[in-house]
Design a protein around this ligand. Structure first.
Ligand SMILES: Nc1ncnc2c1ncn2[C@@H]1O[C@H](COP(=O)(O)OP(=O)(O)O)[C@@H](O)[C@H]1O
Ligand SMILES: N[C@@H](CC(=O)OP(=O)(O)O)C(=O)O
Length: 571
């Protein structure tokens, strides 16, 4: 509640046009020199031009830009902009694997300090597997009985990890102890209620990021780097009330920018912000942004502050040609466009959150994916455009455990009506569809299970959708499928398909469905799940390990291998 009031108060201040307080002109500097500036205030203003929801904006139709323009007239604000120019340069987001132990936290702190020219905003995920452990603990609490809740194994693992970390970093255990006690109480509450709603689930998992950021900020302060911890839900991260999958609302950008800049100007300190979390705009309850959502937190802050760069630090050397856990000879992809990265993430590459490219694209801010275990590796840089002349394929993505539906019209509806009806059923049941192929009287599609967190929910949703579809069509449901997405330059789709089908034909694999996205960067093939890993390996060998495919773009060959004509690649 307090945070909601604060958000509202910030925006009201802007809207009334009352001059902002005079700032300190000579803010003390940190260990970082906050001078490397290429900051364009217009970017920030630009990010504030959209309408924000009513409760945060008195007057309804006024835009934040209008309010900001008004404010700009005052000298005080011009001074503020000058101060802002001296503040943050980039966001550095560290995922769970990067901050899994005390040792890793030390290394991450060292890493941040090796960029003295940067003045970063730091975003952290929960330590290691903490989010998974919290979810498991919650599920166990539902059925274990109140008296056993304190004994849940995952609770002990979480307590042990965080207490050991504060001990090893030699910081005050009170930084985490009250949180750990509250967590135990929460699990007892779940045990008593015998239910775990999506709202409670979000509150439960929020402990992970609340703990990791408090520890890291305390450690930075201990080593002499002035830092300030922030819970994202307290500083203006406003989301829809879709628990477990909140969508960031536009009101977030001005609110977050204002809070971080205000604090910086009063008392500069490195912000350490919880990734993954937000606050539902109607319920005011803690929400989460979907698994892996800290990437989205980072890009949102990048856009809100109009920064030069957004860095996401992982445990791999950037975005790779495929998931290295599926095929270990995957290699880094040096350059990607926002479209390629978004498609790759959407189709299941765990390395980036599916929605995370949106704020970066809107703000035109490059995203760099780096390895916190190997900082010297150049990583991947993601930008709006890149030279695609020689690009055939960029990456292969595998999404497993997919359900495919073949829906054939019973001809009670015309073709247009049929498509409309089918998709309205999916809309009503709030089920996302991944890949679609249509003919005159039938549709094949795959369901996106990522928005459903538990197996029971997936089963329920499947049953429900089939029941509804059977009112207008004959439905065949096939489980155990996988989507292999070929992300690349679909200008060369014939070459990609020729290669891919040759590889799969050689392996005796039957492709069950094929679809080319309108985004022109993705071709998806549906195969049996059991065969999918072998397919990825064979495709990787053919596309990335057997010579430079771009040569084929100049000299397309006949079946017998002889060149047919020289062609120019048009991009
Ligand atoms: N194309 C890909 N490139 C790089 N990593 C990938 C890819 N596809 C899947 N991954 C997986 O994503 C992991 C990194 O993402 P993630 O676990 O979210 O990192 P973090 O927790 O540090 O944010 C890697 O360890 C790798 O197994
Ligand atoms: N801790 C959350 C959010 C997150 O982004 O994590 P990571 O950066 O470790 O993928 C999760 O596990 O989903």
């Amino acid at each position: 509640m307090a945070a909601a009031a604060r958000v509202q108060c910030h925006n009201n201040t802007s809207l009334t046009g009352s001059p902002l307080p005079r700032r300190h002109r000579n803010s003390p500097t940190l260990h970082f020199s906050p001078n490397r500036v290429n900051f364009t205030p217009l970017k920030w203003i630009g990010s504030c031009t959209r309408m924000v929801p009513g409760p945060y904006l008195k007057g309804g139709t006024t835009t934040v830009r209008a309010a900001f323009e008004e404010e700009k007239k005052t000298d005080a604000v011009n001074e503020v902009v000058e101060e802002e120019k001296r503040s943050f340069t980039c966001v550095m987001k560290f995922g769970g694997s990067s901050v899994a132990t005390a040792e890793r936290m030390r290394e991450v702190a060292d890493l941040v300090l090796t960029f003295p020219e940067e003045s970063p905003v730091i975003v952290l995920s929960a330590m290691g597997k903490t989010t998974n452990n919290l979810l498991l603990a919650g599920e166990k609490a539902v059925s274990c009985g109140v008296s056993n809740a304190s004994e849940i194994e995952e609770l002990s693992v979480i307590k042990e990890l965080h207490l050991r970390t504060v001990k090893e970093l030699e910081i005050d255990p009170s930084v985490v102890s009250s949180f750990l006690e509250e967590l135990e109480q929460l699990l007892k509450g779940i045990a008593m209620m015998k239910e775990l709603t999506l709202r409670t689930r979000d509150y439960l998992v929020s402990f992970g990021e609340c703990l990791s950021t408090r520890i890291f900020a305390a450690y930075l302060n201990k080593i002499g780097v002035k830092a300030r911890q922030y819970d994202a839900f307290e500083i203006g991260f406003i989301t829809t009330d879709d628990f477990t999958n909140g969508d960031i609302l536009e009101a977030t950008y001005p609110a977050v920018a204002k809070r971080l800049y205000d604090d910086w100007m009063h008392d500069p300190a490195v912000p350490v912000v919880t990734g993954f979390l937000g606050k539902g705009w109607k319920t005011c309850a803690v929400t989460t942004l979907g698994r892996g959502g800290s990437d989205l937190t980072a890009t949102t802050i990048g856009k809100a502050l109009g920064l030069q760069e957004i860095q996401v630090w992982k445990d791999v050397d950037g975005v790779l040609t495929c998931d290295p856990t599926i095929y270990k000879r995957a290699t880094p992809v040096p350059f990607l466009t926002f479209d390629e990265a978004a498609e790759l993430a959407y189709f299941g590459a765990q390395v980036l959150h599916p929605q995370s490219m949106r704020p970066a694209r809107e703000g035109g801010i490059p995203v760099r994916v780096k390895n916190s275990y190997n900082p010297k590796a150049p990583g991947t840089i993601i930008t709006k455009t890149r030279d695609m002349t020689k690009t055939v394929l960029t990456s292969i993505v595998l999404k497993r455990n997919v359900t495919m539906l073949d829906i054939a019209s019973t001809r009670m509806l015309g073709q247009v009506g049929f498509l409309a009806k089918v998709f309205s059923i999916f809309e009503d049941l709030e089920i996302s569809v991944d890949v679609v192929a249509t003919s005159e009287v039938s549709i094949s599609l795959t369901l996106d299970p990522s928005k459903l967190w538990s197996r029971e929910l997936i089963q329920q949703a499947r049953d429900h959708v089939v029941e509804e579809l059977e009112k207008i069509a004959v439905v065949n449901l096939a489980k155990g499928r996988a989507i292999i997405s070929l992300i690349g330059n679909v200008q060369h789709s014939s070459l990609i398909l020729e290669r891919a089908f040759h590889v799969l034909w050689t392996k005796g694999i039957n492709v069950q469905m094929i679809s080319q996205g309108a985004s022109k960067v993705n071709i998806s093939l549906i195969v049996n799940d059991a065969e999918a890993e072998g397919c990825v390996e064979a495709l990787h060998k053919s596309f990335f390990e057997s010579g430079d495919l771009s040569e084929l773009l100049i000299q397309p060959r006949l079946g017998n291998g002889s060149p047919v004509r020289t062609m120019q690649v048009d991009n």
